[in-house]
Design a protein around this ligand. Sequence first.
Ligand code: FMN
Length: 256
Amino acid sequence: MSQHDLPTVEIDGKQRYVEPAEATDVEAFRAVVRSRRSVRKFTDRPIPPDVLDDCLDLAMLAPNSSGLQMWEFYVVRSPEKKAALVKACMSQLAARTAAELIVCVSRTDRIREHAQQTLREWPMPTMNPLVRRYYQLIPWHYSPGPFDVAARVKRVVYSAVGLVRPMPRGPFSSADLDLWAAKSTALACENLVLAFRAHGFDTCMMEGFDEARVRKLLDLPDAALPIMVVGAGERAADGVFWPQLRFDRDQFVHEV
Ligand SMILES: Cc1cc2nc3c(=O)[nH]c(=O)nc-3n(C[C@H](O)[C@H](O)[C@H](O)COP(=O)(O)O)c2cc1C
């Protein structure tokens, strides 16, 4: 569909874009969510390339902060690199037996580039001036400056203004930005593992890896942060080691 034949309806005298909510099947969703387990042992059945592609595409439909898509997915195919990655994952069984190993990485060094790309590829014929301004300011807003100096200044100023009105309290520093990008990347990881489950395959998210070695293996710059390695494949009969443990919901759900 071109930008010019977007579905619109007139609301309050203005043509508004409309995207009706599709019908969904909660039981199908429940089956995917409930049957997802961290699988530590896979069979040697390969994952068909179209399934892998579909899962990656579904991963990238995850919500992400300001729509900036600060993630990357490295599907490690070369046997040498894969062997090195397994080692970097402490030779965990899940990594050793996985048909595919995908390193999910966040890239805070792409903020400017992706803000500009958003301005270029905006999916409407016109862009609201406030939205345009927002994306124009993003590189400034998310820049910690050399040695986080700008971040420190911003923190002081925003905190001072925050005494009298609600203000964003970050992300300012490089560490804030890493956390900020990690949140969205982790959401994509969750989409990824649920997508594999929906296709009948299984996964293990792994943060038990040597970050320095993974960085070196993928030739990642300092601003790239490997968030997790997702091992995927067909669940072996003894691939789940124990029943799922969740504490009582009252411990976690609070009505305030
Ligand atoms: C961020 C993250 C990192 C994890 N890292 C590892 C890991 O390195 N090795 C591993 O075997 N499992 C890892 N897990 C899996 C957890 O141990 C698992 O999700 C948890 O025990 C709950 O089990 P379930 O996933 O089957 O519900 C990780 C999970 C998450 C979310």
